[in-house]
Ligand binder design. Structure first.
Ligand SMILES: Cc1cc2nc3c(=O)[nH]c(=O)nc-3n(C[C@H](O)[C@H](O)[C@H](O)COP(=O)(O)OP(=O)(O)OC[C@H]3O[C@@H](n4cnc5c(N)ncnc54)[C@H](O)[C@@H]3O)c2cc1C
Length: 321
């Protein structure tokens, strides 16, 4: 329902952060327009795996809060049959031999120690986590359709400088991901490249993440279109091309963990640039109707609903003050 008298909002960007923010504002009664250089399927968000798992995002306390909100939201969406959204049993082999710091955010029983006979060789600890899994192309299409069905408008446009934010129309929420580096001269923002491989789909494969080497996390997920095997975390790499040696390394690591991948033909490779920053930038520029909302690193899907709720709160607080 659109409330009379509410100011308009322009959300810049149509990745998972822009779409989720647009929907939260729209469903709170604001008239929202998305203005974007690229449509959802051409964004970094469409390259991601993706699983709910806080990774390469700070500050720790806020990330915990935003992640928790998003976990429960995605769990409810999976329960309601939202396309591209499911709860899975994720096997996690952590970087440190202790319970992950975010374990306390989960509902009781959602994380359990894996028995020794289910651990890979050289691995002393592992966890089975009931985690939200996002089939990103399908989920982004769902978000985009939901926004459009709520009468949301989308305009393709590239903003060249901060002065282009259409503040004369109302609120602007800047969800441009890594694009904010050039747009806002934010040198704190940098890419952490992730490469992954798509293999022919097969039923019954496990979902797993091996974080023991954080510079080369290994993961295997099933999507509607393919099995996804990753990955890498390469700071300051700007190329969105994959390289052969790295892809071979990913396949070797993934096949070691899931031998059934041996038989599956490779059908493609992908590389995406995580928008990394010392901390997520989620703030209102004082005295203006501009909110920056970018820099979610390796956790955009993990944080999106929590962060979008905070954007709504910033807008509401400013409107009543
Ligand atoms: C390989 C890989 C695996 C990942 N796995 C996970 C995972 O398992 N779980 C998880 O939570 N996260 C994961 N991530 C991270 C996640 O994908 C990102 O955090 C998220 O996509 C960031 O979303 P965003 O909307 O901020 O940016 P983007 O998806 O990049 O969207 C930015 C939008 O802004 C627009 N834009 C940019 N500049 C301009 C401009 N000047 N003018 C107008 N529009 C502009 C773009 O066109 C685009 O629409 C992964 C990332 C990669 C690369």
């Amino acid at each position: 329902m659109r409330l009379q008298g509410n100011p308009r909002v322009t959300v810049v960007g149509a990745g998972v952060i822009g779409l989720t923010t647009a929907i939260v504002l729209q469903e709170a009664g604001y008239e929202v327009e998305i203005l974007t250089k690229a449509l959802p399927q051409q964004t970094t968000s469409a390259v991601a795996g993706a699983v709910w798992l806080p990774f390469l995002a700070r500050p720790v306390e806020k990330v915990a809060r935003w992640s928790a909100t998003t976990y429960f939201r995605l769990q409810a969406m999976a329960g309601a049959g939202v396309p591209g959204c499911a709860m899975v049993e994720l096997q996690l082999f952590p970087a440190e031999d202790r319970l992950p710091p975010w374990a306390g955010l989960l509902p009781a029983g959602a994380i359990e120690a894996l028995p020794a006979d289910r651990l890979p060789s050289n691995c002393r600890h592992g966890w089975q986590v009931q985690a939200p899994m996002i089939d990103t192309p399908v989920y982004l299409r769902y978000l985009f359709d939901r926004f459009r069905e709520n009468e949301g408008l989308v305009r393709l446009q590239t903003l060249e400088q901060e002065a282009d934010f259409p503040l004369e129309k109302g609120w602007v929420v800047n969800c441009t991901g890594l694009g904010a580096r050039a747009l806002c001269h934010d040198e704190e923002l940098y890419p952490i490249r992730g490469q992954l491989v798509k293999l022919v789909r097969r039923e019954g494969l496990p979902f797993l993440v091996d974080e023991r080497d954080l510079s080369a996390p290994t993961y295997v997920f099933s999507r509607q279109d393919a099995i996804i095997a990753g990955g890498t975390a390469e700071p300051n790499e700007w190329s969105t091309e994959t390289d052969r040696g790295t892809i071979d390394g990913i396949l070797e690591r993934a096949r070691r963990l899931v031998p059934a991948l041996d038989d599956l033909p490779v059908i493609g490779t992908l590389a995406g640039l995580r928008p990394a920053r010392s901390t997520v930038r989620l703030e209102r520029v004082p005295g203006t109707r501009l909110i920056h909302h970018y820099g979610h690193g390796g956790s955009g899907f993990t944080l999106a609903w929590g962060c979008a709720g905070e954007v709504l709160q910033l807008v509401r607080e400013a409107e009543v003050s």
